[in-house]
Structure formats: C-alpha cells, structure tokens
Design a protein around this ligand. Sequence first.
Ligand code: HEC
Length: 216
Amino acid sequence: MKKLFGLLLFVLPFVSVAAVHGVELEKAPINLKDKASLQRGALLFSNYCMACHSVKYMRYNRIARDLGWTDDEIVKKMAYGQAKPVDDVMTRMLPGVDMEVLGTHVPDLSLMARLKGPDYIYTFLKGFEYDEKTKTWDNKVLHGTVMPNILEGVQRYSTKEQFSQDVADITNFLAYVGEPIKVKRESLGWKVMLFLFIFFIITYLLKKEYWRDIKH
Ligand code: HEC
C-alpha cells in the first residue's frame, strides 16, 4: 500500500504533462491591458462557464474596479442580479451536482492560468474534436475529458476569427483572474522608473552646482 502511494506521488506530476505531450500549444493572443477584451471575456465566462466553474478567489466588486464597471453593473452583467458586489464569484451549480451528473469535481478556475498557462487554456478551449467513430467529443490536449464541448454552438454560429477572438477573450479574463495585480504592478514599475530618472537628473544638476566653483 505504502509502495503504491509512493509510486502515485512519483507518477502523478507527470500525468498532466503526459496529456499535453505531443500537442503543440497555440500561443494565446491575449493582452491584460485590453479592458474591452477582459470585459467580453468576463461576460462569456459568466454565460458559458459559470454553470459549472467558479473563480472563487475573486469578488465581483474587485473585478468591477479592475475592468471599469460599477458594482451594480457587474452584478447585473455577471450574476443576473443574483449576487452582492462583495460576494465571491461562485458557480451557479448546486453543491454535489457535479459529482452526480459528471462523476467528477469541477475545478475552480481562479489559478488555472497560473497552473497551466494561458496558452494551455486557449488550446484546450479550441481543442475539442468530434470523433465520428465513437460519436463523442474528445479534446486533443486533455484526452477523455469529462468537460463537454461547451462552446460548440458559439463555434458553429460564428466565423473562425470571431470564435478565436471569443476564446482569446475568455483566456484573457482567466489570465487576469490568475494574477489580478499584474496590470497594476507593471504600470507602477514604469512610474518608479520615471521617478528614478527624474531624480537622477536632479541629483546630477545638484552635483554640478556643488562643484561649480571648485577646481578639480
Ligand atoms: C458542464 C460543466 C462545465 C462547463 C459549462 C464548463 N466546464 Fe470546464 N470543466 C468541467 C469539468 C468537469 C472539468 C474537469 C475536466 C476533467 O477533469 O476531465 C473542467 C475542466 C476545465 C479546465 C481545466 C482543464 C484541465 O486541464 O484540467 C479548464 C481550463 C476549463 N474547464 C475551462 C472552462 C471554460 C473556460 C468554460 C467556459 C467556456 C468551461 N470550462 C465550461 C466542466 C465544465
């Protein structure tokens, strides 16, 4: 038993890698500064993913603040008025239903972009393939996945470009959720650099002033 456990510990980390093995991940064309894309992604996420998934480390009002919505707007848009701005973004699925219907737990997606990377999510969402032989859907990066091809309708009724854009927007949103401070951190970085630069000039001029009458 102990041996088996040890073996599992050894093998498990490779399982997810094995699933990806051989499939080249498509680069996700995302941009965390593109608020319009993040807003579209949030709406798509609410419409197509929150029936099963949560992003429970986020609160509605935090997303609202970062994406440029008011508290009222976000609750209306993402939760159909059924949540408070301070609530965590939970799934609409009742507890236990996932086990009953899908036979597995639906993972929370708060940190999925950190765990597997935006490129993985992008390729995964575009990676559903219909197998004519078995008459079932499979996914090329996660073979045998329990998740249904949720975006099938979206894909069927829109152009290739539009579908790629939708998937990119959802991926962008999940990348933002994985590290909400990133946009702020980067803009703060620039401000610090600018401050240091101006400070450098002032220091330099001051040095010149001090040494002006000194022969050296
Ligand atoms: C019907 C319920 C359902 C819906 C709706 C749904 N998912 Fe999933 N999702 C699942 C389940 C179940 C899993 C676990 C899959 C597995 O382990 O095979 C999963 C897994 C995932 C994963 C992780 C894959 C991995 O490698 O572990 C991502 C990313 C994901 N879903 C994204 C989404 C996004 C984005 C949407 C909306 C466009 C969405 N899902 C809609 C049920 C759902």
